[in-house]
Design a binder for this molecule. Sequence first.
Ligand code: GLP
Length: 241
Amino acid sequence: MKIIITKDYEEMSKEAFKIVKDVISSNSEAVLGLATGSTPLGLYQNMIKDHKENGTSYKKIKTVNLDEYAGLDYSSDQSYVYFMRHNLFDHIDIDLANTNIEDGKAADRIKECERYTKLLDILKQDIQVLGIGSNGHIAFNEPGTPFGSDTHIVDLTESTIKDNSRLFERIEDVPRQAFTMGLKNIMHAKKILILANGKNKANAVYGLVKGEVSEACPASVLQLHPDCTLVCDIEAAELIK
Ligand code: GLP
């Protein structure tokens, strides 16, 4: 795993942007695997700025997102589809028809997982952007998720519900289940870019880089990927220096 440690969040976001921009520059039809959460927001702001200032086009780019809360769709501003439109897609020239995410409101959840897995087999990510949960989860693959998993429904752990409750009015409002790309679907990306910042990610970053490769820490599977880069700030890197 390649590791880039930066002085702060701003520099982390700029380094991440350089890596994503390289992929787009070498292939204007690239498939970008994207993530939600606070961590990639700075990366998305850099992409928007570059689009506006340098005209980088996303017209032929396709995207696949990692995960979505079960029961939420665009009508909820807590949904991940809403997050992506407001924080990235509405500010670049991407065709929304080329953007993909699980349908949180699908009537048949199992069928929806199968549909998304089939789609991912066709839209193999040229790069997959990831954040990391404080318990080492990636996307919504919580500890214990099999490395061979495809898109599935998860019961969120109490620690993830607590972490993510900061974005909801009340902790009771956080959905208890989510759709997530599986670890196998993440690992088949050609390139992986994982981002982390802040002290509360230091333990998870240790597990990602130096921990035993084990389903107890889902992010540790990335040690087995042939082209994975971690970009993190000095606080998140506290235990791996
Ligand atoms: C959520 C998302 C993950 C994300 C994680 C960390 O659980 N499903 O994809 O990486 O939170 O979020 P943040 O970047 O806000 O710390």
